[in-house]
Design a protein around this ligand. Structure first.
Ligand code: ADQ
Length: 730
């Protein structure tokens, strides 16, 4: 079985100093408990930051590392200042608010990116040091988004999974981040990227398109020669543990005593980390509204709000705490009576038993974040109700709302409506409460944390099981082809230009041939028995200007025009009737007007509509519209539709790069090199004896593949030399 290396910002073990002695204890929390199972089952490691150990001597560190090793945990040491800038500065002050759509919480100057990069580099280095072939690496959360890429650089064939525990925002929000491209590239180092919900996945996919121009196909994205899978895996909890705990006599007694202490009041419960994303302010205001609207509830209902101290050194959290405590005071003063404190606010960590007793004692649980990746508290509440009672009020903006449909769903921004939902929850008949709770429990127990970890790891296993796509043929295969070319009495080379002989330039006019290329083509043309053709989509004038003096065949506009070696005249393979051309132009211009950023290009034998600069999603939509329209229109015409890379072209039927092949001598060995989708036509037209060579990482029907223009030129250069083998090409 493969070893599992879990990588998260914090280790599931907390270090603390007590009377000069270092204590090592297990830490709680969703992620830590969730992954404890997979960590214990395999013989893997857990790699992470052990917490602020500040002034430890080297000897003490070694001692700690040894004690952690017994628990199969590996520390990533970060200096205290560095950790502060990385974690508090960048992760919690920049990434956290942006990913939760709270741009008003952002500092004007987003600082700490360099620390983020350095810390991620540190993590990747430690993982690389411990990595053994065959290991599975599972990286967690927003603190470590660059680790997949950095690790891939160090261990190219590592099997890497990544899971994001917080929401992935809409691209409109994500792109406010100054280092947005780097973050996406960092994530794309993984083989599988997991999210809590399909809607986070959708946002991620559209962000890839809008920020990096990469468009995912279904659940996969091609990144160079690699394939990255995307999927949703809603995280669950250890439902069995919560349910069992809730039935323990001590917990049942504590729940009863809590209810007794409520003096006959119904209990509404909120439990959260003290975080501005959890919607506590609006929750309190909705509670105030409830009491105002239903005065009969005075002295009949109580809100218990438990808040766990969290990120207490981050400025925004300090401010939020002050604001919240002020509000609790104001509301208790305004609503309370000498016999009744409406809001019972608890600011501390509570034990598991206390927590579960609270869940059990509640009539209504209010989980109303303004934005939350999943929210495990909602699921814990359900699991802690073996009595099948209690009502869950859940925000639509928590990931959990995608699954827990039997909860009463609310929009927490609508304070009045939320207050009405509280009232409804308090009055819900027992039969309906039970029906809803039973259904919720089935979900929470079926899709628990074990299911989550297993389904993620199965998907990762599958994503990394197939051997990686090889962007380059093996040297033996290339040698064989090279041998056949050398032995051929007549050799015909059909060479695409852009992307095959020269790399793509930012502007088409800038891709002129360099001296080495001109020399290479000239040399090949002089080689005994060899004929060279350049077969391009470019217009005649350009080919003539760049390559016109060489003794080679030139083919412009994908084979519409041909000029034989040593001849200055071009011959056309067809003629476009004028009335059709005008009609096509009219349609294309219409689309250009209605799709900002697009343009119409007219060549002699074709008209093209380019949408590379359009809004990427709208551009694709309009392109498919245009395609459908044209397909219907052109059925009985001399034209056909050609779909290229961000371009739709209408050209004369029968004109294609492949048409050239039919005019070649039948006894020649024909070798074609190309990189583009349109070159596939050329490959398809080759005689059976022919050799198709694809250049670049994209998929192709060609049996031989070269990684880049550089390799393509090397292959051609090798033809000019005698007995050199492809294994020595590089
Ligand atoms: P969190 O924002 O921490 O997690 P959540 O999923 O609710 O949010 O987990 C909180 C955990 O803290 C729960 O296990 C809960 O029992 C515990 N807890 C809450 N109050 C406590 C208290 N007073 N004392 C002790 N423990 C307490 C992030 C994302 C979430 C996502 C999780 C997991 O923000 O959206 O669900 O990761 O992916």
């Amino acid at each position: 079985m493969s070893r599992l290396l879990i990588v998260s910002n914090r280790l599931p073990i907390t270090l603390s100093q007590k009377e000069g002695r270092l204590e090592v204890a297990r830490s709680a929390g969703g992620l830590a408990t969730g992954l404890a199972g997979p960590h214990e089952r395999g013989d893997g490691l857990w790699i992470g930051w052990p917490g602020d150990t500040g002034d430890l001597s080297a000897a003490k560190r070694a001692d700690v590392a040894a004690r952690l090793a017994e628990m199969r945990a590996v520390p990533v040491w970060l200096g205290a200042d560095e950790a502060k800038r990385f974690y508090e500065g960048f992760c919690n002050s920049v990434l956290w608010p942006v990913f939760h759509y709270l741009l008003d919480q952002l500092p004007i100057h987003m600082q700490g990116w360099a620390s983020y990069e350095r810390a991620n580099r540190r993590f990747a280095d430690v993982v690389a040091e411990h990595h053994r072939p065959g290991d599975i690496v599972w990286v967690h959360d927003y603190q470590l988004m660059l680790v997949p890429q950095y690790l891939r650089e160090r261990v190219p064939d590592a099997r890497i999974g990544y899971f994001l525990h917080i929401p992935f925002p809409s691209s409109e929000v994500f792109r406010t981040l100054p280092f947005r491209e780097k973050i996406l590239e960092g994530l794309l180092g993984a083989d599988l990227i997991g999210f809590h919900t399909p809607s986070y996945l959708r946002h991620f996919a559209s962000t890839l398109l809008r920020v990096l121009g990469i468009s995912p196909e279904g659940d996969r994205v091609r990144v160079g020669a690699r394939e990255v899978r995307l999927d949703a895996f809603p995280m669950g909890i250890d439902a069995e543990r919560f349910s069992t705990l809730a039935d323990q006599p001590g917990v049942v007694a504590e729940a009863e005593s809590l209810r007794a202490g409520a003096d006959g009041c119904a209990v509404i419960l909120g439990v959260d980390r003290l975080d501005y994303t959890k919607g506590i302010t609006r929750r309190l205001l909705s509670f105030e509204e409830l009491i105002k609207r239903y005065p009969q509830l005075r002295e009949r209902v109580r809100l218990i709000q438990v808040a766990v101290p969290s990120r207490t050194d981050v400025q925004a959290y300090k401010g939020f705490r002050r604001e919240l405590e002020g509000l609790v005071g104001r509301l208790n003063g305004a609503l309370g009576t000498p016999r009744w404190v409406p809001i019972n606010y608890v600011y501390r960590n509570v034990s598991d038993e206390e927590l579960v007793a609270l869940y059990r004692a509640a009539d209504v649980m209010v989980v109303t974040p303004v934005r939350d990746g999943m929210n495990l508290v909602a699921k814990e509440f359900v699991a802690a109700r073996p009595d099948e009672d209690g009502v869950l009020v859940l925000s639509e903006f928590a990931g959990a709302a995608a699954e827990l449909r039997e909860a009463l769903l609310v929009n927490p921004f609508a304070i009045d409506q939320t207050a009405e939902t509280y009232a409804r929850a308090l009055a819900l008949p027992q039969e309906e409460r039970r029906a809803r709770m039973r259904s919720l429990r089935r979900r929470v127990f079926s899709f628990d944390v074990d299911w989550w970890a297993r389904s993620y790891l199965d998907a990762l296993e599958e994503a990394t099981a197939a051997p990686a796509f090889q962007p380059e043929s093996r040297p033996e295969e290339l040698d064989l082809a090279l041998g056949r070319m050398r032995d051929a009495k007549r050799l015909v080379l059909l060479l695409d230009y852009d992307g095959t002989l020269v790399p793509y330039a930012p502007l088409p006019e800038l891709a002129s041939p360099d001296a080495a290329l001109l020399e290479l083509l000239g040399g090949l043309a002089k080689r005994p028995g060899t004929t060279v053709h350049v077969v391009s989509g470019r217009p005649r004038e350009t080919l003539e200007r760049w390559l016109g003096t060489l003794p080679i065949g030139l083919h412009a506009e994908h084979g519409l025009w041909s000029r034989a070696a040593g001849v200055s005249e071009w011959i056309a393979r067809g003629d476009a009737p004028v009335e059709w051309r005008d009609r096509m132009r009219g349609i294309f211009e219409q689309f250009a007007v209605h799709t900002p950023g697009t343009l119409v290009e007219e060549k002699t034998g074709s008209i093209a509509w380019h949408y590379r600069m359009a809004d990427p999603e709208y551009g694709v939509q309009q392109a498919s519209e245009l395609r459908l329209h044209l397909a219907a229109l052109l059925r009985q015409s001399p034209f056909e539709v050609l779909v290229g890379e961000k371009v739709i072209e209408v050209r004369l039927r029968g004109v294609s790069k492949g048409a050239i092949v039919r005019e070649l001598p039948s006894d020649a060995l024909v070798v074609a090199l190309g990189d583009d989708r349109i070159d596939e036509e050329l490959f398809a037209a080759l005689p059976e004896s022919g050799i198709a060579v694809h250049v670049g990482p994209a998929p192709s029907r060609a049996p031989l593949r070269l990684a880049s223009v550089l390799e393509a030129r090397r292959l051609l250069e090798a033809l000019l030399r005698r007995a050199e083998t492809a294994s020595r090409l590089g």
